[in-house]
Design a protein around this ligand. Structure first.
Ligand SMILES: Nc1ncnc2c1ncn2[C@@H]1O[C@H](COP(=O)(O)OP(=O)(O)OP(=O)(O)O)[C@@H](O)[C@H]1O
Ligand SMILES: [Mg+2]
Length: 498
Protein backbone atom coordinates (compact mmCIF):
# COMPACT_ATOMS: atom_id res chain seq x y z
CA UNK A 1 0.00 0.00 0.00
CA UNK A 2 1.38 3.40 -0.95
CA UNK A 3 -0.24 6.47 0.56
CA UNK A 4 0.21 10.07 -0.57
CA UNK A 5 -0.83 13.44 0.83
CA UNK A 6 -2.98 15.64 -1.40
CA UNK A 7 -3.50 19.31 -0.63
CA UNK A 8 -6.47 20.07 -2.85
CA UNK A 9 -6.43 23.84 -2.60
CA UNK A 10 -8.71 26.59 -3.78
CA UNK A 11 -5.92 28.16 -5.85
CA UNK A 12 -3.19 25.50 -6.01
CA UNK A 13 -2.87 21.81 -5.35
CA UNK A 14 0.15 19.78 -4.28
CA UNK A 15 0.93 16.08 -3.89
CA UNK A 16 3.66 14.69 -1.62
CA UNK A 17 4.91 11.23 -0.69
CA UNK A 18 6.77 10.66 2.59
CA UNK A 19 8.80 7.49 3.06
CA UNK A 20 9.34 8.01 6.77
CA UNK A 21 12.52 10.02 6.25
CA UNK A 22 12.15 12.21 3.20
CA UNK A 23 9.45 14.03 1.36
CA UNK A 24 9.12 13.55 -2.35
CA UNK A 25 7.18 16.38 -3.96
CA UNK A 26 5.35 15.23 -7.07
CA UNK A 27 5.71 17.24 -10.27
CA UNK A 28 2.19 18.15 -11.34
CA UNK A 29 2.50 20.95 -13.85
CA UNK A 30 5.25 20.56 -16.43
CA UNK A 31 4.32 23.84 -18.16
CA UNK A 32 4.57 25.94 -15.01
CA UNK A 33 7.68 27.67 -13.66
CA UNK A 34 6.72 26.07 -10.33
CA UNK A 35 5.92 22.49 -11.44
CA UNK A 36 5.52 21.15 -7.88
CA UNK A 37 2.19 22.93 -7.55
CA UNK A 38 -0.64 23.15 -10.03
CA UNK A 39 -3.42 25.68 -10.45
CA UNK A 40 -6.63 24.12 -9.19
CA UNK A 41 -8.69 25.59 -12.05
CA UNK A 42 -10.09 23.24 -14.67
CA UNK A 43 -10.83 24.04 -18.30
CA UNK A 44 -13.52 21.78 -19.79
CA UNK A 45 -13.75 22.30 -23.52
CA UNK A 46 -14.72 20.94 -26.91
CA UNK A 47 -12.15 20.56 -29.63
CA UNK A 48 -14.76 20.60 -32.41
CA UNK A 49 -18.52 20.40 -32.15
CA UNK A 50 -20.56 20.79 -28.99
CA UNK A 51 -22.40 17.64 -27.82
CA UNK A 52 -25.91 16.99 -29.15
CA UNK A 53 -28.65 18.73 -27.15
CA UNK A 54 -30.53 16.62 -24.57
CA UNK A 55 -33.40 14.45 -25.93
CA UNK A 56 -36.10 16.47 -24.09
CA UNK A 57 -34.95 19.68 -25.76
CA UNK A 58 -34.96 18.01 -29.18
CA UNK A 59 -38.48 16.66 -28.58
CA UNK A 60 -39.73 20.10 -27.54
CA UNK A 61 -38.24 21.61 -30.69
CA UNK A 62 -39.78 18.85 -32.86
CA UNK A 63 -43.19 19.65 -31.32
CA UNK A 64 -42.63 23.34 -32.09
CA UNK A 65 -41.74 22.53 -35.72
CA UNK A 66 -44.82 20.31 -35.99
CA UNK A 67 -47.01 23.11 -34.70
CA UNK A 68 -45.63 25.41 -37.38
CA UNK A 69 -46.29 22.75 -40.06
CA UNK A 70 -49.80 22.24 -38.59
CA UNK A 71 -50.52 25.98 -39.06
CA UNK A 72 -49.39 25.84 -42.68
CA UNK A 73 -51.48 22.73 -43.20
CA UNK A 74 -54.59 24.54 -41.96
CA UNK A 75 -53.90 27.41 -44.34
CA UNK A 76 -53.38 25.00 -47.26
CA UNK A 77 -56.70 23.28 -46.43
CA UNK A 78 -58.47 26.66 -46.40
CA UNK A 79 -56.90 27.38 -49.79
CA UNK A 80 -58.04 24.02 -51.10
CA UNK A 81 -61.69 24.64 -50.12
CA UNK A 82 -61.76 28.17 -51.41
CA UNK A 83 -59.90 27.43 -54.66
CA UNK A 84 -61.63 28.81 -57.74
CA UNK A 85 -60.61 26.16 -60.26
CA UNK A 86 -59.42 22.50 -60.28
CA UNK A 87 -55.88 23.53 -61.24
CA UNK A 88 -55.53 25.71 -58.15
CA UNK A 89 -57.16 22.97 -56.09
CA UNK A 90 -54.52 20.52 -57.36
CA UNK A 91 -51.74 22.87 -56.25
CA UNK A 92 -53.21 23.03 -52.73
CA UNK A 93 -53.77 19.29 -52.68
CA UNK A 94 -50.07 18.67 -53.53
CA UNK A 95 -49.06 21.13 -50.86
CA UNK A 96 -51.23 19.36 -48.25
CA UNK A 97 -49.65 16.01 -49.15
CA UNK A 98 -46.18 17.43 -48.90
CA UNK A 99 -46.88 19.12 -45.54
CA UNK A 100 -48.43 15.92 -44.16
CA UNK A 101 -45.25 14.08 -45.25
CA UNK A 102 -43.13 16.65 -43.43
CA UNK A 103 -45.34 16.45 -40.33
CA UNK A 104 -44.82 12.70 -40.00
CA UNK A 105 -41.18 12.54 -41.07
CA UNK A 106 -39.69 12.27 -37.55
CA UNK A 107 -36.06 11.61 -38.54
CA UNK A 108 -36.04 14.76 -40.69
CA UNK A 109 -37.78 16.80 -38.00
CA UNK A 110 -35.28 15.63 -35.39
CA UNK A 111 -32.38 16.57 -37.65
CA UNK A 112 -33.85 20.01 -38.22
CA UNK A 113 -34.50 20.43 -34.49
CA UNK A 114 -30.91 19.51 -33.60
CA UNK A 115 -29.59 21.86 -36.28
CA UNK A 116 -31.68 24.76 -34.98
CA UNK A 117 -30.79 24.11 -31.34
CA UNK A 118 -27.07 23.84 -32.09
CA UNK A 119 -27.13 27.10 -34.06
CA UNK A 120 -28.05 29.03 -30.92
CA UNK A 121 -26.15 26.99 -28.37
CA UNK A 122 -22.87 28.05 -26.76
CA UNK A 123 -20.78 26.23 -24.18
CA UNK A 124 -22.21 28.54 -21.52
CA UNK A 125 -25.69 27.10 -22.17
CA UNK A 126 -24.65 23.56 -21.34
CA UNK A 127 -25.50 22.34 -17.85
CA UNK A 128 -22.38 21.60 -15.82
CA UNK A 129 -23.22 17.88 -15.65
CA UNK A 130 -23.39 17.63 -19.46
CA UNK A 131 -20.14 19.53 -19.80
CA UNK A 132 -18.33 17.21 -17.38
CA UNK A 133 -19.82 14.13 -19.05
CA UNK A 134 -18.92 15.07 -22.61
CA UNK A 135 -16.12 17.66 -22.56
CA UNK A 136 -12.35 17.31 -22.68
CA UNK A 137 -10.36 18.28 -19.58
CA UNK A 138 -7.19 20.30 -19.26
CA UNK A 139 -5.55 21.13 -15.94
CA UNK A 140 -3.03 23.66 -14.65
CA UNK A 141 -1.20 25.97 -17.02
CA UNK A 142 -2.23 23.94 -20.06
CA UNK A 143 -5.89 24.51 -19.17
CA UNK A 144 -5.48 28.17 -18.33
CA UNK A 145 -3.54 28.90 -21.51
CA UNK A 146 -6.14 27.14 -23.63
CA UNK A 147 -8.84 29.17 -21.86
CA UNK A 148 -6.98 32.40 -22.68
CA UNK A 149 -6.56 31.35 -26.31
CA UNK A 150 -10.11 30.18 -26.97
CA UNK A 151 -12.46 30.95 -24.07
CA UNK A 152 -15.53 30.39 -26.27
CA UNK A 153 -14.61 26.72 -26.72
CA UNK A 154 -15.14 25.77 -23.11
CA UNK A 155 -15.69 26.77 -19.52
CA UNK A 156 -13.11 27.58 -16.91
CA UNK A 157 -14.02 26.47 -13.41
CA UNK A 158 -11.76 28.86 -11.55
CA UNK A 159 -11.78 27.03 -8.19
CA UNK A 160 -13.86 23.85 -7.94
CA UNK A 161 -13.15 23.66 -4.20
CA UNK A 162 -15.05 26.90 -3.69
CA UNK A 163 -18.31 25.22 -4.65
CA UNK A 164 -18.12 22.11 -2.49
CA UNK A 165 -19.91 23.56 0.52
CA UNK A 166 -22.35 25.71 -1.50
CA UNK A 167 -25.99 25.02 -2.39
CA UNK A 168 -25.81 22.96 -5.54
CA UNK A 169 -28.55 22.51 -8.11
CA UNK A 170 -29.74 19.18 -9.43
CA UNK A 171 -26.91 17.27 -11.04
CA UNK A 172 -24.24 19.73 -9.95
CA UNK A 173 -23.01 17.61 -7.05
CA UNK A 174 -22.35 14.73 -9.43
CA UNK A 175 -20.75 17.11 -11.89
CA UNK A 176 -18.27 18.28 -9.25
CA UNK A 177 -17.59 14.69 -8.20
CA UNK A 178 -16.80 13.84 -11.82
CA UNK A 179 -14.69 16.94 -12.35
CA UNK A 180 -12.61 16.52 -9.18
CA UNK A 181 -12.27 12.78 -9.85
CA UNK A 182 -10.50 13.68 -13.11
CA UNK A 183 -8.12 15.98 -11.23
CA UNK A 184 -7.41 13.42 -8.51
CA UNK A 185 -6.89 10.69 -11.10
CA UNK A 186 -4.36 12.92 -12.83
CA UNK A 187 -2.54 13.51 -9.50
CA UNK A 188 -2.54 9.77 -8.80
CA UNK A 189 -1.15 9.04 -12.24
CA UNK A 190 1.66 11.63 -11.80
CA UNK A 191 2.52 10.13 -8.39
CA UNK A 192 2.53 6.56 -9.68
CA UNK A 193 4.79 7.45 -12.60
CA UNK A 194 7.26 9.37 -10.46
CA UNK A 195 7.29 6.97 -7.51
CA UNK A 196 7.11 3.90 -9.71
CA UNK A 197 4.55 2.41 -7.30
CA UNK A 198 0.84 1.83 -7.31
CA UNK A 199 -0.83 4.43 -5.12
CA UNK A 200 -3.90 3.20 -3.28
CA UNK A 201 -4.43 5.63 -0.42
CA UNK A 202 -4.66 9.37 0.03
CA UNK A 203 -4.82 11.72 2.98
CA UNK A 204 -6.58 14.78 1.63
CA UNK A 205 -6.45 18.12 3.39
CA UNK A 206 -9.68 19.84 4.32
CA UNK A 207 -10.33 23.36 5.52
CA UNK A 208 -11.83 23.63 8.98
CA UNK A 209 -14.89 25.06 7.23
CA UNK A 210 -15.53 24.79 3.52
CA UNK A 211 -16.39 27.86 1.45
CA UNK A 212 -20.16 28.28 1.62
CA UNK A 213 -22.88 29.56 3.87
CA UNK A 214 -24.44 26.28 4.89
CA UNK A 215 -22.44 25.43 8.00
CA UNK A 216 -22.09 21.77 8.95
CA UNK A 217 -24.43 20.69 6.14
CA UNK A 218 -22.02 22.28 3.64
CA UNK A 219 -19.03 20.57 5.26
CA UNK A 220 -20.72 17.17 5.04
CA UNK A 221 -21.59 17.76 1.40
CA UNK A 222 -18.00 18.82 0.61
CA UNK A 223 -16.50 15.72 2.24
CA UNK A 224 -19.07 13.51 0.48
CA UNK A 225 -18.08 14.99 -2.89
CA UNK A 226 -14.35 14.63 -2.20
CA UNK A 227 -14.77 11.04 -0.98
CA UNK A 228 -16.83 10.06 -4.04
CA UNK A 229 -14.33 11.80 -6.34
CA UNK A 230 -11.38 9.99 -4.74
CA UNK A 231 -13.16 6.67 -5.17
CA UNK A 232 -13.95 7.41 -8.82
CA UNK A 233 -10.28 8.34 -9.28
CA UNK A 234 -9.30 4.86 -8.14
CA UNK A 235 -8.21 5.42 -4.53
CA UNK A 236 -9.11 2.48 -2.30
CA UNK A 237 -8.81 4.39 0.95
CA UNK A 238 -9.11 8.07 1.68
CA UNK A 239 -8.75 10.01 4.94
CA UNK A 240 -9.15 13.70 5.65
CA UNK A 241 -7.12 15.95 7.90
CA UNK A 242 -7.66 19.59 8.73
CA UNK A 243 -5.19 21.70 6.80
CA UNK A 244 -3.68 23.74 9.68
CA UNK A 245 -3.17 20.54 11.71
CA UNK A 246 -1.35 19.00 8.75
CA UNK A 247 0.86 22.09 8.48
CA UNK A 248 1.67 21.73 12.18
CA UNK A 249 2.81 18.12 11.73
CA UNK A 250 5.26 19.28 9.15
CA UNK A 251 7.16 21.53 11.54
CA UNK A 252 7.01 19.14 14.48
CA UNK A 253 10.21 17.31 13.59
CA UNK A 254 12.13 20.61 13.68
CA UNK A 255 11.16 21.36 17.30
CA UNK A 256 13.69 20.52 20.00
CA UNK A 257 11.03 20.20 22.72
CA UNK A 258 7.28 20.23 23.37
CA UNK A 259 5.91 23.56 22.14
CA UNK A 260 2.47 25.09 21.74
CA UNK A 261 2.31 26.46 18.21
CA UNK A 262 -0.20 28.80 16.63
CA UNK A 263 -0.54 27.81 12.96
CA UNK A 264 -2.11 30.36 10.62
CA UNK A 265 -2.75 29.04 7.09
CA UNK A 266 -4.02 31.73 4.75
CA UNK A 267 -4.78 30.25 1.36
CA UNK A 268 -6.71 31.29 -1.71
CA UNK A 269 -10.16 30.38 -0.42
CA UNK A 270 -10.01 29.97 3.34
CA UNK A 271 -8.04 30.98 6.40
CA UNK A 272 -7.51 28.13 8.82
CA UNK A 273 -5.96 28.45 12.22
CA UNK A 274 -5.07 26.05 14.99
CA UNK A 275 -3.31 26.15 18.29
CA UNK A 276 -1.67 22.77 18.86
CA UNK A 277 0.71 21.06 21.27
CA UNK A 278 3.60 19.76 19.21
CA UNK A 279 6.28 17.52 20.56
CA UNK A 280 9.03 15.38 19.01
CA UNK A 281 7.85 12.51 21.22
CA UNK A 282 4.37 12.54 19.70
CA UNK A 283 5.63 12.46 16.10
CA UNK A 284 4.48 8.94 15.38
CA UNK A 285 1.07 9.02 17.06
CA UNK A 286 -1.76 8.59 14.54
CA UNK A 287 -4.57 10.37 16.32
CA UNK A 288 -3.58 13.77 17.64
CA UNK A 289 -6.97 15.28 18.38
CA UNK A 290 -6.16 15.56 22.10
CA UNK A 291 -3.17 17.76 21.24
CA UNK A 292 -5.33 20.27 19.39
CA UNK A 293 -5.95 23.16 21.78
CA UNK A 294 -8.28 24.97 19.40
CA UNK A 295 -9.01 25.07 15.71
CA UNK A 296 -11.03 27.44 13.59
CA UNK A 297 -11.39 28.63 10.04
CA UNK A 298 -13.51 30.64 7.72
CA UNK A 299 -14.02 31.29 4.07
CA UNK A 300 -11.81 34.30 3.73
CA UNK A 301 -8.79 33.83 1.54
CA UNK A 302 -6.67 35.46 -1.10
CA UNK A 303 -9.41 35.44 -3.71
CA UNK A 304 -11.40 37.87 -1.62
CA UNK A 305 -8.36 40.16 -1.65
CA UNK A 306 -8.19 39.88 -5.46
CA UNK A 307 -11.83 40.94 -5.72
CA UNK A 308 -11.36 43.75 -3.21
CA UNK A 309 -8.37 44.96 -5.19
CA UNK A 310 -10.53 45.09 -8.31
CA UNK A 311 -13.18 47.11 -6.49
CA UNK A 312 -10.71 49.57 -4.99
CA UNK A 313 -8.07 49.92 -7.70
CA UNK A 314 -9.50 48.78 -11.04
CA UNK A 315 -13.30 49.23 -11.01
CA UNK A 316 -13.07 53.07 -10.71
CA UNK A 317 -11.54 53.04 -14.20
CA UNK A 318 -14.55 50.97 -15.34
CA UNK A 319 -17.15 53.41 -14.08
CA UNK A 320 -17.50 52.61 -10.37
CA UNK A 321 -18.07 55.86 -8.48
CA UNK A 322 -19.41 57.72 -11.54
CA UNK A 323 -23.01 58.72 -12.09
CA UNK A 324 -25.74 58.30 -14.68
CA UNK A 325 -29.17 59.77 -15.46
CA UNK A 326 -30.27 62.18 -12.75
CA UNK A 327 -27.00 62.03 -10.88
CA UNK A 328 -27.62 58.48 -9.69
CA UNK A 329 -24.53 56.43 -8.78
CA UNK A 330 -23.65 53.61 -11.17
CA UNK A 331 -24.77 50.50 -9.18
CA UNK A 332 -21.74 49.07 -7.32
CA UNK A 333 -23.34 45.61 -7.72
CA UNK A 334 -22.31 45.70 -11.40
CA UNK A 335 -18.73 45.31 -10.22
CA UNK A 336 -19.28 42.76 -7.46
CA UNK A 337 -21.35 40.67 -9.91
CA UNK A 338 -18.54 40.99 -12.45
CA UNK A 339 -16.14 39.38 -9.93
CA UNK A 340 -18.42 36.52 -8.86
CA UNK A 341 -16.18 33.79 -10.30
CA UNK A 342 -16.97 31.58 -7.30
CA UNK A 343 -20.74 31.82 -7.75
CA UNK A 344 -21.91 30.17 -10.97
CA UNK A 345 -25.56 31.39 -10.95
CA UNK A 346 -24.52 34.97 -10.15
CA UNK A 347 -21.82 35.01 -12.82
CA UNK A 348 -24.22 33.49 -15.39
CA UNK A 349 -26.65 36.24 -14.59
CA UNK A 350 -23.93 38.84 -15.09
CA UNK A 351 -23.11 37.29 -18.47
CA UNK A 352 -26.77 37.25 -19.58
CA UNK A 353 -28.01 39.41 -22.47
CA UNK A 354 -30.45 41.25 -20.16
CA UNK A 355 -27.61 42.25 -17.83
CA UNK A 356 -25.59 43.48 -20.81
CA UNK A 357 -28.56 45.51 -21.98
CA UNK A 358 -28.89 47.12 -18.57
CA UNK A 359 -25.23 48.12 -18.50
CA UNK A 360 -25.53 49.46 -22.07
CA UNK A 361 -28.56 51.54 -21.06
CA UNK A 362 -26.77 52.90 -17.99
CA UNK A 363 -23.78 53.69 -20.20
CA UNK A 364 -25.93 55.62 -22.68
CA UNK A 365 -26.90 58.16 -19.99
CA UNK A 366 -23.67 57.94 -18.00
CA UNK A 367 -21.38 60.82 -17.05
CA UNK A 368 -18.41 58.62 -18.18
CA UNK A 369 -19.56 56.26 -20.95
CA UNK A 370 -15.96 55.58 -21.99
CA UNK A 371 -15.31 53.98 -18.56
CA UNK A 372 -18.49 51.87 -18.56
CA UNK A 373 -17.52 50.65 -22.01
CA UNK A 374 -14.77 48.60 -20.31
CA UNK A 375 -17.28 46.99 -17.96
CA UNK A 376 -19.46 46.21 -20.96
CA UNK A 377 -16.52 44.53 -22.72
CA UNK A 378 -15.84 42.33 -19.68
CA UNK A 379 -19.55 41.47 -19.64
CA UNK A 380 -20.00 40.69 -23.33
CA UNK A 381 -16.68 38.89 -23.74
CA UNK A 382 -17.04 37.02 -20.43
CA UNK A 383 -13.66 38.15 -19.13
CA UNK A 384 -14.37 37.94 -15.39
CA UNK A 385 -12.03 35.03 -14.61
CA UNK A 386 -9.28 36.72 -16.56
CA UNK A 387 -9.71 39.97 -14.68
CA UNK A 388 -9.70 38.28 -11.25
CA UNK A 389 -6.55 36.46 -12.34
CA UNK A 390 -4.93 39.78 -13.32
CA UNK A 391 -5.76 41.22 -9.90
CA UNK A 392 -4.22 38.14 -8.28
CA UNK A 393 -1.02 38.66 -10.27
CA UNK A 394 -0.88 42.34 -9.30
CA UNK A 395 -1.37 41.43 -5.63
CA UNK A 396 1.42 38.85 -5.80
CA UNK A 397 3.81 41.24 -7.57
CA UNK A 398 3.14 43.89 -4.94
CA UNK A 399 4.69 41.56 -2.36
CA UNK A 400 8.07 42.51 -3.85
CA UNK A 401 7.44 45.93 -5.39
CA UNK A 402 6.02 49.29 -4.37
CA UNK A 403 3.93 49.68 -7.51
CA UNK A 404 2.94 47.86 -10.68
CA UNK A 405 1.36 48.81 -13.98
CA UNK A 406 -1.19 46.14 -14.71
CA UNK A 407 -1.79 45.68 -18.44
CA UNK A 408 -5.44 44.98 -19.27
CA UNK A 409 -5.00 44.91 -23.05
CA UNK A 410 -7.46 42.05 -23.42
CA UNK A 411 -10.14 44.57 -22.44
CA UNK A 412 -8.90 47.55 -24.47
CA UNK A 413 -5.67 48.01 -26.41
CA UNK A 414 -4.38 50.95 -24.40
CA UNK A 415 -5.90 50.03 -21.05
CA UNK A 416 -3.57 49.62 -18.09
CA UNK A 417 -3.90 50.48 -14.42
CA UNK A 418 -1.26 51.67 -11.94
CA UNK A 419 -1.56 50.02 -8.53
CA UNK A 420 0.61 50.76 -5.50
CA UNK A 421 1.16 48.85 -2.26
CA UNK A 422 -0.85 51.60 -0.55
CA UNK A 423 -3.82 50.79 -2.81
CA UNK A 424 -3.41 47.12 -1.98
CA UNK A 425 -3.14 47.83 1.73
CA UNK A 426 -6.30 49.95 1.68
CA UNK A 427 -8.15 47.24 -0.24
CA UNK A 428 -7.02 44.65 2.33
CA UNK A 429 -8.09 46.51 5.48
CA UNK A 430 -11.48 44.91 6.03
CA UNK A 431 -10.17 41.49 5.01
CA UNK A 432 -7.25 41.77 7.44
CA UNK A 433 -9.62 42.74 10.22
CA UNK A 434 -11.51 39.48 9.63
CA UNK A 435 -8.31 37.42 9.63
CA UNK A 436 -7.21 39.04 12.89
CA UNK A 437 -10.61 38.44 14.47
CA UNK A 438 -10.29 34.76 13.60
CA UNK A 439 -6.81 34.56 15.14
CA UNK A 440 -8.17 36.22 18.29
CA UNK A 441 -11.02 33.71 18.39
CA UNK A 442 -8.61 30.78 18.12
CA UNK A 443 -6.45 32.20 20.92
CA UNK A 444 -9.47 32.81 23.12
CA UNK A 445 -10.63 29.21 22.66
CA UNK A 446 -7.26 27.73 23.51
CA UNK A 447 -6.68 26.71 27.13
CA UNK A 448 -2.94 27.35 26.76
CA UNK A 449 -1.04 30.25 25.22
CA UNK A 450 1.05 29.68 22.08
CA UNK A 451 4.84 29.80 22.33
CA UNK A 452 5.51 30.06 18.65
CA UNK A 453 3.85 31.35 15.49
CA UNK A 454 3.87 29.56 12.16
CA UNK A 455 2.29 31.34 9.20
CA UNK A 456 1.80 29.43 5.97
CA UNK A 457 -0.34 29.42 2.80
CA UNK A 458 0.30 31.59 -0.25
CA UNK A 459 -1.06 34.77 1.37
CA UNK A 460 1.62 34.50 4.08
CA UNK A 461 4.06 35.69 1.40
CA UNK A 462 2.47 39.11 1.52
CA UNK A 463 4.57 41.43 3.73
CA UNK A 464 1.36 43.30 4.62
CA UNK A 465 -0.17 40.11 6.01
CA UNK A 466 2.98 39.04 7.83
CA UNK A 467 3.37 42.42 9.46
CA UNK A 468 -0.24 42.67 10.60
CA UNK A 469 -0.23 39.17 12.11
CA UNK A 470 3.10 39.69 13.87
CA UNK A 471 2.01 43.09 15.18
CA UNK A 472 -0.99 41.56 16.88
CA UNK A 473 1.18 38.91 18.57
CA UNK A 474 4.18 40.87 19.83
CA UNK A 475 7.04 38.81 21.15
CA UNK A 476 5.82 35.51 19.71
CA UNK A 477 8.74 33.96 17.79
CA UNK A 478 7.99 33.29 14.13
CA UNK A 479 8.86 30.01 12.52
CA UNK A 480 9.47 30.04 8.76
CA UNK A 481 8.34 27.30 6.44
CA UNK A 482 7.33 26.66 2.85
CA UNK A 483 4.20 28.71 2.10
CA UNK A 484 2.85 26.25 -0.44
CA UNK A 485 4.03 22.83 0.66
CA UNK A 486 3.76 22.76 4.45
CA UNK A 487 0.19 21.50 4.47
CA UNK A 488 0.85 18.81 1.90
CA UNK A 489 4.05 17.63 3.54
CA UNK A 490 2.11 17.29 6.79
CA UNK A 491 -0.59 15.32 4.99
CA UNK A 492 2.05 12.97 3.61
CA UNK A 493 3.42 12.46 7.15
CA UNK A 494 -0.07 11.40 8.22
CA UNK A 495 -0.36 9.20 5.12
CA UNK A 496 2.85 7.40 6.05
CA UNK A 497 1.39 6.55 9.47
CA UNK A 498 -1.61 4.69 8.00
N1 LIG B 1 3.96 36.13 -3.47
C1 LIG B 1 2.69 36.22 -3.05
N2 LIG B 1 2.25 37.33 -2.41
C2 LIG B 1 0.98 37.44 -2.00
N3 LIG B 1 0.06 36.49 -2.18
C3 LIG B 1 0.43 35.37 -2.80
C4 LIG B 1 1.76 35.17 -3.27
N4 LIG B 1 1.84 33.95 -3.86
C5 LIG B 1 0.60 33.42 -3.77
N5 LIG B 1 -0.25 34.26 -3.14
C6 LIG B 1 -1.69 34.08 -2.89
O1 LIG B 1 -1.89 32.94 -2.10
C7 LIG B 1 -3.16 32.37 -2.42
C8 LIG B 1 -2.97 30.90 -2.71
O2 LIG B 1 -2.41 30.31 -1.59
P1 LIG B 1 -2.41 28.73 -1.43
O3 LIG B 1 -1.80 28.08 -2.61
O4 LIG B 1 -1.82 28.45 -0.09
O5 LIG B 1 -3.98 28.50 -1.41
P2 LIG B 1 -4.75 27.15 -1.55
O6 LIG B 1 -4.09 26.13 -0.70
O7 LIG B 1 -4.94 26.84 -2.97
O8 LIG B 1 -6.17 27.58 -0.97
P3 LIG B 1 -6.99 27.06 0.30
O9 LIG B 1 -6.00 26.51 1.27
O10 LIG B 1 -7.69 28.27 0.78
O11 LIG B 1 -7.92 26.05 -0.26
C9 LIG B 1 -3.67 33.09 -3.65
O12 LIG B 1 -4.65 34.04 -3.27
C10 LIG B 1 -2.42 33.77 -4.17
O13 LIG B 1 -2.70 34.93 -4.90
MG1 LIG C 1 -4.23 25.61 1.32
Amino acid sequence: MTAIGIDYGTSNSEVVYFDGKQHQLIKLDPLSSTPLKIRSSVFVYYEDELPLPPAELVEAKVAQLQRAIGDKLEKAKDGYYSASDPKEQQIYSNRIDSLRGDFHNRPKLQQQAIHLLMEDMTVQDLPLAKLVETGEFLFGEAGFRRYLKSPEKGRLIYSPKNFLGASLLDGQQQAFEGMIAKQLAYFKQCAEQQLDKKVTTAVIGRPVKFHGTRGEQGNIQAITIMRAAAKLAGFERVEFLEEPIAAAYNIESQLPKATNVLVVDIGGGTTDICCIKLSPERLLALDRQQDVLSVTGTRIGGMECDKNLITKAIAPSMGLGTTFGNNLPVPPTYFSDMCAVDNIPRLNEFFSDEYGLEIAQTKSVSSHPELLQRLLIVQTEKLSARLVNSARLAKEMLSNKQGVTLPLKYIQDDYDVDITTDDLKRSMNSWLAKVKKLIRECLDNSSEAPEMLFITGGMSLSPIVQQEVMDMLPGLPLMQGDAFNSVCQGLSIQAAKL
